[in-house]
Ligand binder design. Structure first.
Ligand code: RFL
Length: 390
């Protein structure tokens, strides 16, 4: 098999990249290790920055998003038993949007299939060869070893993918922060309560209440890293969420059947080497943010935009400039976003053996973000996301 750009991974980064390249008339093949059903069923992120929404619309995959996306115009944070609320709409009316990653992925996959373009599911990439001049992607599908020859390889294969390992400096140029806790996430058939949402800093640990749709809630509890997600009954989960969300108002979360439980480790990770020869990597393959900032999916879309321009320059415009600068351009957006996500995590969680002094410092940060002009601006700007440079 041959193509211009071989894309590894049908997550948000790989699918968005393929869509943009398609609009530029560039051929792609996507190789995805998992089955179609698995990829469509994967529950992950749910908050889209304005720029992500605009990107999806601009490339013709925003119809359902326009109908079903729910605007988020303010953010609630609870701490020390009190509720605080701040607007996150900026001067030009930009805001965040609730729309599940599973829907973003479905929209991109269905559009690609409708256009008759290839996504090879259950095709696991095992090795990359000749990345300097004539790349070959070696993969296994239908029980047989196969090769995809291409001019460029896009490594969009997530944190545990293979492609980062082919960048010689990747390990030496990586930075990692591991948090000593995890998020226990649930999906519930419970209409999100308009006054019981956002983050709750509590001495019992963080709680998060967000919406996946008008009728489905997505909620999280900070838990120890090895927490067993099946250890608590539905009832106990709701009780614990209510305890952490308590703001003295007597209001309680709307409860419902819990349909999905998962656990995610929290880490910050940046690999500062994002390219080698004819291989470029994007999204979680190159960086991980703790989920508090809701940035992972949005960063993946940002990288895909830059990568598409880099490849278009090389393949259609005889222009190497963006390709040569790919890593630097991406990192200018990645580092501040990772830093913000980590700052939010540091401020919102209870660390093991945390002193009361540290708790007071966290309150100071929260107060700054919610109640001072400069802090509100900082919070809003960071939440809404940085502009794209190209
Ligand atoms: P993905 O989505 O992990 O996709 C990578 C794809 O590559 C495939 N793959 C391979 N395919 C072929 N051969 C191989 N050898 C392969 N190795 C891997 C995988 O099967 C997969 O399909 O990476 P991408 O595209 O970079 O997208 C990144 C986002 O998925 C990720 O950043 C977000 O989901 C992070 N994240 C969140 N981000 C937000 O913006 N807001 C959130 O609220 C939010 N919540 C979350 C999250 C991530 C979570 N995870 C990963 C556990 C909640 C959770 C639980």
């Amino acid at each position: 098999v041959k193509t211009e750009v071989g894309i590894i991974g049908a997550g948000p980064a790989g699918l968005m990249l393929a869509r943009i390249l398609q609009q530029h008339g560039i051929d792609t093949v996507i190789l995805e290790r998992r089955s179609r059903a698995y990829v469509l069923g994967r529950i992950r992120a749910g908050v889209l920055e304005h720029g992500t929404v605009e990107t999806l619309k601009a490339y013709g995959v925003g119809e359902r998003l326009k109908r079903e996306g729910i605007p988020i115009k303010s953010m609630q944070i609870r701490w020390n038993g009190e509720k605080h609320d701040t607007s996150i709409v900026d001067e030009s009316g930009r805001h965040l949007t609730t729309y599940g990653q599973a829907k973003v992925v479905r929209d991109l996959i269905e559009q690609r299939e409708a256009d008759g373009l290839p996504i090879r599911f259950e095709a696991a990439v095992e090795r990359l060869d000749d990345l300097e001049d004539a790349p070959k992607i070696r993969f296994v599908a239908d029980g047989a070893a196969q090769t995809l020859e291409c001019q460029f390889v896009a490594g969009c294969d997530g944190y545990h993918g293979v492609s980062r390992g082919y960048i010689p400096d990747a390990a030496a140029q990586s930075h990692l922060r591991d948090y000593p806790f995890a998020w226990f996430g649930i999906l519930a058939e419970a209409a999100p309560h308009p006054d019981m949402r956002g983050f709750a800093h509590s001495t019992r640990g963080l709680a998060v209440a967000s919406a996946r749709s008008e009728s489905i809630g997505r909620l999280y509890l900070q838990v120890p890293p090895d927490f067993d997600v099946n250890a608590m009954s539905d009832e106990d989960v709701w009780d614990e969420l209510d305890r952490r969300m308590d703001d003295g108002s007597g209001q309680r979360l709307n409860r419902g059947r819990i349909t999905e439980r998962n656990r995610a480790r929290l880490r910050g990770f940046v690999c500062e080497a994002m390219q080698h020869g004819r291989l470029l990597i994007a999204g979680d393959a190159a960086h991980i943010v703790p989920p508090s900032g809701a940035k992972g999916l949005n960063l993946a879309i940002g990288d895909a935009r830059v990568m598409a321009e880099a490849l278009r320059g090389r393949l259609r415009a005889n222009d190497d400039r963006i390709y040569a600068d790919y890593t630097a351009i991406c990192l200018r957006r990645i580092w501040p976003t990772v830093a913000w996500s980590c700052q939010m995590s540091d401020t919102l969680h209870m660390f093991p053996d945390q002193s009361s002094f540290t708790t007071q410092m966290q309150y100071q940060n929260l107060n700054h973000w919610m109640h001072t002009e400069t802090g509100q601006r900082r919070f809003r700007t960071a939440m809404l996301g940085l502009p794209y440079e190209i």
